[in-house]
Design a protein around this ligand. Structure first.
Ligand SMILES: Cc1cc2nc3c(=O)[nH]c(=O)nc-3n(C[C@H](O)[C@H](O)[C@H](O)COP(=O)(O)OP(=O)(O)OC[C@H]3O[C@@H](n4cnc5c(N)ncnc54)[C@H](O)[C@@H]3O)c2cc1C
Ligand code: SF4
Ligand code: SF4
Length: 437
């Protein structure tokens, strides 16, 4: 059993959401960037670590989807009240944001109509354009500045208790974060019902994973710019999907396409917790945004075009707010059937189906593993072949096998078993296939 955030971190399960720091007494826990380019929690005062509370909310320990899911589609993609494809009607927001500016367009509506007074989200740190920091945005200028996806560690919850307690009772908040950030905040709000009403909406996005800062550094290197001279940097946006772009002190631009930045550099640096994430679809908040890629020959197309956001309402609250934003002219949307979602978000679907077999590997090794409930992992794992499941268990065991001799033994047994299944498959196919005429 895990007994401290140190155990979560040592088990490689800390994704750096920051809520442990955010709810502990001041200076008891501090998140710091490690030499691996990820955040790690440092317990500065063990006696003050509120572990009994942390263990109920830390997404490295527990994520509990409590909404009852009925259909096969919901068991894979999470609760669905409505789904659309759309964009912000504010041209500048649509252009600068990651996809269609759906999130920023909705935030603009919420702030300008007084439904919320403050938005808690992250953006580029002023001191270093490669790192992220938490901001409280109050107007269009702030939210526009913080729009766009940041494919590097971000800890939006490091001051959450302070933000919620040091506030005017009339303040109303929107929160934007990765699905694991939202899961942590939702679990915290369940314990602290007194903040529920002030937290008007939890907004998230589909998330394939957080790359380490090493990924960003590799990307900067590939752009051919000296990291020391970078003045401004964004991963995408300014078009859809837009290009990863660095600007140096002399105003020179260095760019690389989304496919060549995310697809061939950043996604090689993902955190281990992301490989076993049951909630990359972002099922725990009120609204989930994503890329509404066009489908081309059964795959997503990354051709540059005007931005479009995929929007999924997870409940009636999310649905009503999108409808109001549309009626007030802030968003334009069309209904969108999720029947083809798997074609435009293949990684999300595949990972969800394989998480069960990856977690099985953790269980077999006796290492710590998180409690994920309500994600139908076993049922989803039946959507792929036994061979794929075994390969994923073996692959995960392989990654973990260096930890102990016992693990290595389990890994070897599984490797042999997996090889046998593959060979039997080849033999059966050979004898059972029809001879060619
Ligand atoms: C790490 C990561 C992985 C992603 N994986 C996928 C995917 O697999 N499929 C998919 O369809 N979409 C993915 N996205 C989401 C996609 O890039 C867009 O963010 C999403 O479509 C919303 O676009 P938008 O134009 O509505 O958002 P915008 O209007 O640009 O607003 C983006 C909002 O997200 C917040 N934000 C940005 N980066 C982070 C971060 N690292 N942590 C917390 N908050 C952040 C910003 O503060 C801002 O409020 C990913 C995003 C990130 C950051
Ligand atoms: S609460 Fe967040 S930052 Fe703290 S240990 Fe858990 S995942 Fe890491
Ligand atoms: S993949 Fe999951 S664990 Fe990783 S950053 Fe995204 S939501 Fe968090």
């Amino acid at each position: 059993m895990m007994k401290s955030v140190k155990d979560v971190d040592q088990a490689n399960l800390c994704i750096g959401c920051g809520i442990c720091e955010g709810i502990a007494p001041e200076n008891a826990i501090k998140l710091e960037l490690g030499c691996d380019g990820f955040y790690h929690p440092h317990v500065k005062n063990q006696d003050q670590e509120p572990w009994d509370k942390i263990k109920k909310i830390c997404p490295g320990v527990i994520v509990n989807q409590e909404t009852k899911l009925n259909t096969k589609q919901e068991k894979l993609w999470g609760p669905i009240s409505a789904s659309w494809v759309g964009y912000s009607t504010d041209e500048e927001i649509r252009w600068q944001a990651s996809s269609g500016g759906g999130i920023t367009g909705l935030l603009q509506f919420l702030l300008e109509k007084g439904l919320v007074t403050k938005v808690i989200h992250i953006g580029r740190a002023l001191s270093n354009s490669l790192t992220n920091t938490v901001y409280i945005s109050r107007n269009r200028e702030d939210i526009l500045k913080n729009s766009g996806s940041r494919y590097a560690p971000a800890a939006p919850l490091t001051s959450i208790k302070k933000i919620l307690t040091d506030t005017n009772k009339t303040d109303k908040f929107a929160f934007v974060g990765k699905p694991c950030d939202v899961a942590a905040l939702k679990a915290y709000l369940k314990i602290h019902g007194e903040f529920q009403e002030q937290m008007v909406i939890l907004i998230t996005f589909m998330c394939a994973g957080t790359p380490s800062l090493k990924g960003t550094e590799a990307l900067i290197k590939a752009l051919g710019v000296d990291q020391e001279t970078v003045e401004d940097f964004w991963y995408r946006g300014r078009g859809w999907p837009g290009q990863a772009t660095a600007i140096d002190k002399n105003g020179n631009h260095f760019s690389r396409s989304y496919n060549d930045s995310w697809g061939s550099i950043l996604n090689k640096h993902l955190h281990f917790r992301c490989k076993i994430c049951p909630d990359g679809m972002g099922t725990m908040g009120d609204l989930t945004f994503g890329d509404a890629w066009e489908e081309e020959n059964g795959y997503p197309s990354f051709e540059e075009q005007e931005g479009k956001s995929l929007i999924i309402a997870r409940n009636n609250k999310g649905k009503n707010l999108i409808e109001q934003a549309v009626n007030n002219g802030y968003l334009k949307v069309d209904n969108y059937s999720l029947d083809h979602l798997e074609k435009i978000q293949p990684y999300q679907a595949e990972r969800k189906k394989l998480i069960g077999s990856r977690i099985l590997a953790l269980r077999l090794t006796g290492l710590f593993y998180p409690q994920f409930s309500g994600f139908y992992l076993r049922e989803n794992s039946l959507l792929v072949s036994l061979r794929e499941n075994i390969n994923n268990t073996v692959g995960t065991l392989e990654r973990l096998s260096s930890k102990s001799k016992f693990n290595y033994f389990v890994f070897k047994v599984f490797s042999i078993f997996s090889l046998m299944i593959q060979k039997i498959g080849i033999i059966l196919r050979y004898f059972l296939s029809k001879p060619k005429s």
